[in-house]
Design a protein around this ligand. Structure first.
Ligand SMILES: O=C(O)CCC(=O)C(=O)O
Length: 262
């Protein structure tokens, strides 16, 4: 599935360049990471999986919480944006589905670990959240937000006919600089110079640190759904998400059988 003519997963120069991009830019785009044949297979499988996706909608600040009205009107902590998306959860993929095979393939895990400059990396232990297919249809969008995690790995599978752009206000804040002023300008459309559109063409693998870079997906237009795979990892083994997050994103909880989480 991987375009090994262009990307040798053991190539140290490639890995060093990814580490460098992640360190300096917080984003690393590997276009044509998958072969066109693989993208077509994944697209067809996504078409079959998409009807099972769970639809959710939310209104939240860029920090993913409710508006805090003790801040002035227009302040990022008091500004909510709308998001809506459908998600196919990890447990809804068949073992032979291409995306699942790719996610469970150890050399890819190793490659991503090295590109992130980490000594250890584990697949996420959330039975729903480890691998997601995000399906966005006409009118769907993801509002400006920061992620709660240091990195996200995504693979673009299908673009919508129009809209659905991944916009990024790159490294707009840092651990010691909340930079509310610039964030407010981006939120209110007053700083287009701070925004770039990441080229998420089908087959692209993107490594992204969304903790410091505010990002969104612009409104989808047209009948062709946007498909993006989200591959989740953690630096610690056994990391799971909360029941609240599971209920809001997947509409259900993992059920208990024989004392085991399944
Ligand atoms: O769909 C995408 O490209 C980005 C997804 C995203 O930003 C998120 O799930 O937080």
């Amino acid at each position: 599935m991987i375009n090994t003519h262009r990307y040798d997963l053991n190539d140290r120069t490639l890995i060093e360049s990814c580490v460098q991009q992640m360190t300096t830019q917080g984003v690393c785009i590997l276009s044509d990471f998958l072969t066109p044949e693989a993208v077509e297979i994944l697209r067809q499988q996504a078409d079959s999986l998409a009807p099972q996706a769970f639809r959710s909608a939310s209104r939240a600040t860029p920090y993913l919480g409710p508006a805090n009205e003790t801040f002035a009107v227009g302040h990022p902590c008091n500004t909510v944006t709308q998001s809506s998306v459908e998600v196919v959860a990890y447990d809804q993929f068949a073992p032979e589905d291409g995306l699942r095979a790719l996610y469970e393939w150890d050399p890819l895990l190793e490659f991503i670990r090295k590109c992130l400059g980490l000594t250890e990396l584990f697949r996420y232990a959330d039975p729903f959240g480890a691998l997601n297919l995000a399906v966005m249809r006409d009118g769907d969008s993801l509002g400006w937000h920061f992620d709660m995690t240091d990195f996200v790995v995504s693979i673009a599978i299908q673009s919508s006919s129009s809209g659905g752009h991944f916009e990024n206000a790159k490294q707009i804040r840092s651990s010691d600089q909340p930079n509310y002023e610039s964030i407010q300008k981006v939120l209110h459309g007053q700083s287009p110079e701070l925004i770039r559109t990441e080229p998420m063409t089908p087959g692209t693998l993107m490594l992204f640190n969304g903790r410091w870079s505010m990002h969104r997906v612009t409104s989808i237009e047209g009948d062709v759904p946007r498909y993006v795979a989200l591959l989740a990892y953690d630096t610690k083994p056994g990391t799971d998400s909360t029941d609240t997050l599971k209920m809001s994103r997947y509409g259900r909880l993992a059920h208990q059988t024989n004392g085991d989480i399944s």
